[in-house]
Design a protein. Structure first.
Length: 152
């Protein structure tokens, strides 16, 4: 009866894996208050995140930034540790009209209820050229930027 000891060992191994996986399965998810916000130069779009729990909470979601012309937008967040792009403080440059979408994963640290993901429309670049040869002038600058975020 060789199958009986193998079956017993497999059952014991499966049970052990379930015990080890229990804390991971019980981890809480941070939830973002999604939506779409239009921001003018010098303004910030902010999406509150509820990161409840005794420790850190996992986050999985997306954000999309659209510019109607040349623009520089800074990614901002509070209590967020990104595991994917963008990192907090990254500048997202648009040489002309465009859209950038970010599939985001990361962790939110335990907070006092003021966690968020945000985008700050920091400026319209002065006349410049990107490496690809795409040039822009101040007149082609974006009047506003639209930021949208949501969760899976």
């Amino acid at each position: 009866m060789i199958t009986q000891p193998i079956t017993a060992r497999m059952a014991a191994a499966s049970f052990s894996l379930l015990l080890l996986a229990s804390p991971a399965l019980a981890s809480e998810q941070a939830t973002i208050e999604g939506g779409t916000q239009a921001i003018a130069l010098g303004e910030r779009a902010s999406f509150p995140v509820e990161a409840s729990g005794a420790g850190s909470t996992e986050f999985s979601g997306w954000c999309e930034v659209k510019a109607t012309g040349a623009a520089s937008v800074v990614f901002d967040a509070r209590d967020y540790i990104p595991l994917s792009e963008p990192a907090v403080g990254d500048v997202i440059n648009f040489p002309r009209r465009g859209t950038r979408r970010f599939e985001m994963t990361g962790t939110f640290q335990k907070s006092a209820g003021n966690s968020y993901i945000g985008f700050y429309f920091s400026g319209v670049p002065a006349a410049f050229c990107f490496g690809s040869g795409a040039c822009s002038t101040v007149e082609e600058g974006s009047a506003s930027v639209t930021a949208s975020c949501g969760q899976y």
